[in-house]
Write a protein that binds this ligand. Structure first.
Ligand SMILES: Cc1cc2nc3c(=O)[nH]c(=O)nc-3n(C[C@H](O)[C@H](O)[C@H](O)COP(=O)(O)O)c2cc1C
Length: 179
């Protein structure tokens, strides 16, 4: 299936970017066609009424329109969505055709904190529901990610490590049903 991964922070050492790259390899290993939008691809101008979408915004929009599923790997900032990701989503909610209605989305987060970014994912759910996207009820969260992600981005703690393949398979099964 054609899948897009979106996320990470703008830091080169982003834990979420490391997790995203790991998930990307896992999805590729299952035979899916994946593309990732991270870092500079997400440095979009602040959305404002009447602004013309940049090449980067149009590229992201085109990729999402083609995608059969979306994986978001988002840091949690103040229990919410980081500005660069919310800004990208706001751009994507203004471009037509809208890529969001019926789009299956897997939410993932990594944080050095105890909750693994789970509170930020609740904010994502509200935004995604508003746009008509279908967020999988389960999510991948990695608490203490500064210690519990290996160099390749794989979760090392037993619970998280065991959950990743199960949740990926659940997401792929939902995405296949909705094709
Ligand atoms: C502005 C800001 C707000 C943050 N708020 C939270 C928070 O609410 N919950 C949390 O777990 N971590 C929070 N953090 C810490 C981030 O989880 C941590 O910096 C994490 O490493 C960011 O993701 P990254 O490694 O992908 O850049 C915050 C960080 C920043 C810069």
């Amino acid at each position: 299936m054609r899948l897009v991964l979106l996320g990470g922070s703008l830091r080169a050492a982003s834990l979420n970017l490391r997790l995203l790259r790991y998930l990307m390899r896992e999805l590729e290993a299952r035979g899916h066609q994946v593309s990732a939008y991270t870092g500079n691809a997400l440095r979009l101008p602040l959305y404002e009424d009447g602004a013309v979408p940049t090449t980067k915004a149009r590229a992201l929009h085109a990729a999402l329109c083609e995608a059969e599923g979306l994986v978001i790997v988002s840091p949690e900032y103040n229990a919410g969505i980081p500005g660069h990701l919310k800004n990208a989503v706001d751009w994507l909610s203004t471009l037509r055709p809208s890529p969001w209605p019926g789009l299956p989305v897997l939410l993932c987060a990594a944080s050095p904190g105890a909750f693994g970014g789970a509170r930020g994912l609740m904010a994502w759910r509200v935004t995604l529901a508003n746009m008509g996207a279908l967020a999988l009820p389960e999510a991948i969260t990695v608490p203490q990610a500064d210690q519990e992600l290996d160099a390749d981005g794989a979760p090392t703690e037993a619970r998280a490590a065991a959950l990743v393949p199960k949740i990926l398979d659940g997401f792929l099964s939902l995405t296949a049903k909705l094709r």
